[in-house]
Design a binder for this molecule. Structure first.
Ligand code: GAL
Length: 829
């Protein structure tokens, strides 16, 4: 009897173990790598932030990431988007986190869930809700009971949501790692002893949630155990985890950089990015994530800052619209395939390094079965010709050669064979001319004349404390009685405002006095303008505008926003200056603007307000104005953009959904752009830029899912500064041209991204030169007509692949010199 019982019990246990293990994956780590079911792994990951695209885009983005050779997708979780008001949650539409993780799962990829909930990420307020800041006795990211309670509440909520759907690898799901906090190591010293206590608490709290997979802490040297600390930056080859049992992991390899209003368009070369990745794996790294792999769009008011643009393209391998950003995507894909093929030696092999002199190092990873090698040249200018294991290798400056079998170079980070795609706006169909209607923000001058608001306070208040960030706009209004005897009177009187408003508009007695915007990161400035005052009551109305709340730095949550004063009237009388400080006066505050409060952008309210929209005397350059027009969606499937050239600054809605803030009137400075950026030498965020002296952002992404294919679509604009909507146009973005500069003994793949290749503009095999768009043949050329060969292989097709060889293009009559032969091609799409 006893025996029988035992048998039944053991059968039961076997069944449990069987089903348990069939469903679950054991993720762990040792000093070398993350291990999955006991196997050390090379993990290639990319960040895609679900709210920066729309849910219908996710499957395509994820499948392009997989096709690009990634096995993992990283995302942050955005607290203020999910909990806009305390204990009121939103996981709908493009905030459907569970659906996003399941999309990753169905593509067969792993996922890294960076809960934060502080995320930075150029996201409004770093991901924190502003209501949290407005709770009594609140202090973020330190030992503060209120904060810790809310952080734990949100983190637990997210973990439970994942658990309920069995999304952790321990439950058979795709999530192999989770992150708590973010980059606290950068600021911990500002928090004194409480900083250390806080990060210990974070680790304990996270651990207690029992997710069954390891937790990571990004940029957190000496992370409390068992948290795994990780690196971020443009390079992490020199990084060594301070805990010797932590593997060398890179959570953020910055693929480019973000944009600020008034800034240029930064980019990072494919050569340098590939170099940083190859160096990382050469020096013992095993987990690497691209931040961003797809940057996307800051829809609505999610952009952080201050001053982060609506586009968050980031020059990532997938562009804002989800197109392949070539050559970056393809050049990395080739590297990924090779790294994966070297997984065993890289994670289990013995490592030996050989100094080949002049900053050139070879690294050999060897197991009994297989050896894999790298030769890295970190010299920023000198190319190297080295002999390694009896063979000569030409390793250009700032590059790594990957030699999977230690015998033949399969890839060099500086030799790009992938095509460059030039994305253009499609001008096939002349875009329709829009018929606009308009209405002013306020029909009477009442607000700014008589200043009645939502609340009254003595003195000046901080903008976010009053608005809870429900709006970018806050009116500060006061009145001041000046009798004839007031000492201030003079011919020369002015209004002086010390301000932290990102934009300030000032009115006195209903008349516009002027504005000031933050430039060159000077967020604390003095506005002063001459004003006309009257005997009796004078009305002052100051409109403070925020353009994304700060997302980084110690105590960033308490940085000033709005008009913190003093606000003064100043009378100049010869040498004498008389000041009247209004800062302690009674001020009236009005949150938001009428049009926003009445939802003029919403389709539902359209009828209600129809009468007030006018087709007459459409103004250009009129401040605080609303514009509306109907339009037809561009046909097809190509991504849609709206060209807002001619407008000033404001917000734009498509069928009631905000696609973000716009500010095309803000040009970047003229200097600092180069036609071609030298990939060699250390990259920094302002090393390579284009679009100097041009609007920081002229084109805005209109997701297809916001549009009705058939019937009418509506665009609504709120124009704050004054602009001319007559040039606004909807277009699609397509691959217009492609260029390639492939090296001999490689294959070149050419494609116009779902459109047929229409013509060959240039082709030469030999030693051609120049930049895409102005290629020129060199002194030597293959005997066969390259243009004819390429035309035959490619024109009329969606893609074509050719060997770059003398066999294909003919031997060169003249000696091409020392440099190996190349094929330069330019195709028209
Ligand atoms: C990192 C941060 C990211 C992002 C990045 C810059 O330090 O962790 O969230 O802000 O900088 O794009």
């Amino acid at each position: 009897m006893k025996m029988k019982q035992f048998n039944l019990l053991s059968l039961f246990l076997i069944l449990i173990t069987f089903f348990g293990s069939a469903n679950s994956t054991i993720v762990s780590h040792d000093e070398r790598a993350i291990t999955i079911d006991g196997q050390r792994r090379i993990l290639l990951s990319g960040s895609i932030h679900y709210p920066r695209s729309t849910s219908d885009m996710w499957p395509d983005l994820i499948s392009k990431a997989k096709d690009g050779g990634l096995d993992t997708i990283e995302t942050y979780v955005f607290w203020n988007a999910h909990e806009p008001s305390r204990r009121q949650y939103d996981f709908s539409g493009n905030l459907d986190l569970v659906r996003f993780i399941k999309t990753i799962q169905s593509a067969g990829l792993y996922s890294v869930l960076r809960i934060g909930p502080y995320v930075c990420a150029e996201w409004n307020y770093g991901g924190f809700p502003v209501w949290l800041h407005n709770m009594p006795n609140m202090k973020f990211r330190t030992i503060n009971p209120g904060f810790m309670n809310e952080m734990q509440n949100f983190t637990t909520k997210i973990v439970n949501m994942m658990k309920e759907e069995s999304l952790f690898a321990s439950q058979g799901g795709p999530i192999i790692l989770a992150q708590i906090e973010n980059e606290y190591g950068n600021v911990i010293s500002s928090y004194g002893a409480e900083g250390k206590a806080y990060i210990d608490w974070c680790a304990n709290m996270a651990n207690s949630l029992d997710i069954g997979v390891p937790w990571i802490m990004c940029q957190q040297p000496h992370a409390p155990q068992p948290m795994i600390e990780t690196c971020n930056g443009f390079y992490c080859d020199q990084y060594k985890p301070s805990n010797p049992s932590s593997p060398k992991m890179w959570t953020e390899n910055w693929t480019g950089w973000f944009k600020n209003w008034g800034g240029k368009h930064p980019y990072r070369t494919a050569e340098d990015l590939a170099f940083s990745v190859a160096r990382f794996f050469q020096t013992g790294g095993t987990f690497q994530n691209y931040y961003m792999y797809h940057g996307g769009t800051n829809f609505g008011r999610v952009a952080g800052g201050p001053y982060i643009t609506t586009s968050y393209d980031y020059d990532a391998p997938l562009d804002e619209y989800g197109n392949l950003n070539q050559p970056k995507w393809g050049h990395l894909k080739q590297l990924h395939t090779l790294l994966k093929s070297m997984e065993k030696p890289l994670t289990y092999g013995n490592i030996s390094t050989i100094d080949l002199g002049n900053s050139v190092t070879a690294t050999v990873y060897s197991t009994n079965e297989k050896s894999s090698c790298f030769i890295g040249n970190v010299n920023a200018t000198a190319d190297a010709l080295v002999n390694f294991k009896g063979k000569d290798y030409n390793v250009p400056a700032w590059s790594v050669s990957v030699i999977p079998d230690c015998d033949k170079e399969a890839y060099n980070t500086a030799r790009v064979n992938t095509q460059t795609s030039i994305i253009t706006e499609d001008s096939c169909d002349e875009p329709e001319k829009l018929k606009w209607t308009w209405r002013p923000e306020f029909t009477t001058q009442k607000t700014i004349l008589k200043g009645s608001g939502d609340l009254i306070a003595k003195g000046l208040v901080d903008q976010k404390d009053v608005t809870n960030d429900a709006s970018d706009y806050l009116w500060y209004m006061t009145r001041v009685h000046l009798d004839k005897k007031d000492p201030i009177w003079s011919r020369n009187m002015s209004l002086r405002v010390h301000s932290n408003a990102h934009v300030l508009h000032a009115y006195v007695n209903g008349k516009y006095v002027g504005n000031q915007i933050v430039r060159d990161n000077k967020f604390d400035y003095r506005f002063e303008k001459k004003v006309n005052l009257v005997h009796g009551t004078n009305h002052l109305a100051l409109l403070s505008v925020s353009v994304g709340l700060q997302n980084y730095g110690p105590f960033f949550e308490s940085g000033p926003t709005g008009i913190n004063g003093p606000v003064k009237l100043v009378g100049y009388k010869g040498d004498e200056t008389v000041e009247k400080d209004l800062s302690k006066h009674q001020w009236d505050y009005k949150i938001g603007l009428n049009g926003f409060n009445n939802k003029l952008f919403s389709l539902k309210s359209a009828n209600h307000h129809q009468l007030k929209w006018s087709t007459e005397k459409l103004p250009a350059d009129r401040m605080l104005s609303w514009y509306k027009a109907n339009f037809k969606a561009p046909l097809g499937k190509d991504p849609v953009i709206v060209d807002l050239n001619g407008l000033g600054k404001g917000e734009v809605w498509i069928n009631g959904q905000s696609i973000g803030r716009y500010w095309p009137s803000f040009n970047s400075s003229e200097d600092g752009c180069t036609e071609e950026c030298d990939y060699r030498g250390e990259y920094g965020s302002d090393k390579c830029a284009f679009m100097c002296g041009k609007p920081t952002q002229r084109w805005y992404h209109v997701p297809r899912s916001f549009l009705n294919d058939k019937g009418h679509n509506t665009i609504t604009l709120f124009e704050e500064m004054g602009g001319d909507p007559s040039m606004v146009k909807f277009k699609t973005v397509v691959t217009g041209r492609v260029c390639a500069k492939a090296h001999e003994h490689n294959k070149v793949e050419l494609s116009c991204n779902n459109r047929p290749i229409s013509a060959v503009k240039f082709a030469s095999f030999g030693n051609p030169s120049g930049l895409c768009g102005s290629f020129a043949a060199g002194t030597c050329e293959g005997a066969k007509d390259a243009a004819k060969i390429v035309a035959k292989e490619c024109v009329g097709k969606l893609n074509c692949t050719m060997n770059v060889s003398s066999h294909k293009f003919g031997s060169t009559n003249l000696d091409c010199g020392d440099s190996p032969k190349r094929l330069f091609v330019e195709l028209e799409c």
